[in-house]
Design a protein around this ligand. Structure first.
Ligand SMILES: *Cc1c(COP(=O)(O)O)cnc(C)c1O
Length: 233
């Protein structure tokens, strides 16, 4: 059974405390980290709870699931795609999502640009970087990130806000922390090379948000700590 709203509010309070403490430990203002509730694999109520609690955005992993929730769910949320995108879904994504955090190859850049232009809108994007060099994770390599960024910056209907990464799964917490540090350094290098600000660093999930905030995360993507275990993967 899915949690009720009261339980969600309790979880939200705990997650906000966790974020606040990590920000203070990092010497950063508490409001420098945005919370992105991840509603994937949960009923549409999960998005409704987020809106009711005053959150402005939610993250979804699968395009089809997100589109159906947009149709049946509450109005007024910004939807962010955090999962892999096939170019045959790029049209609906470019039309309906606020931002795509999983841009990791030229084909996706080109498809999103074309459909955003056709829809007459600007689509925000983050480049997903495989900062932990994890063979199991998608994301552009640290070496290829600059050329992908150059391509994305040249698109009239895409606005590149920054970078995103998913840390490798590892029992050693230092592995995640090192990959977050690598993403931050990658951002600093790319910002220097291109003049783009790249202010958004989307990194950190339920299990590793402290390490991510210590390394400069501006957005943590939280599912399990807010909504409980997912019913399926
Ligand atoms: C599922 C998912 C999350 C949330 O993970 P939790 O461990 O449940 O907090 C964050 N980011 C991405 C890309 C995801 O797919």
């Amino acid at each position: 059974m899915f949690i009720d709203f009261t339980r969600f509010e309790e979880n939200l309070g705990r997650v906000r405390d966790q974020i606040g403490r990590a920000a203070v430990a990092a010497g950063r203002p508490e409001d420098s980290v945005t919370l992105l509730p991840v509603t994937k694999n949960h009923p549409v109520d999960a998005a409704e709870y987020a809106l009711r609690a005053g959150l402005a955005q939610v993250g979804e992993n699968r395009v089809q699931e997100a589109l159906s929730k947009m149709e049946n769910g509450p109005e007024g949320l910004r939807w962010e795609l955090i999962g892999p995108l096939q170019s045959n879904k790029a049209k609906r994504v470019a039309e309906q999502f606020y931002r795509v955090q999983s841009v990791d190859r030229p084909k996706v850049v080109n498809a999103l640009q074309r459909h955003a232009a056709e829809a007459g809108r600007t689509l925000r994007v983050l480049l997903q970087v495989n900062a932990g060099r994890d063979p199991a994770k998608s994301g552009v390599s640290l070496e290829d990130a600059e050329s992908l960024l150059e391509l994305a910056l040249g698109q009239g209907n895409l606005e590149v806000d920054g970078l995103m990464t998913i840390a490798p799964l590892d029992d050693d917490p230092n592995v995640a922390r090192r990959s977050f540090a690598a993403l931050r350094k990658c951002r600093d290098r790319l910002a220097q090379a291109t003049g783009a600000l790249l202010e958004e660093l989307s990194m950190g999930m339920s299990g590793d948000l402290e390490a991510a905030i210590l390394e400069g995360s501006t957005m943590v993507r939280i599912g399990t700590s807010l909504y409980g275990e997912r019913q399926y993967e």
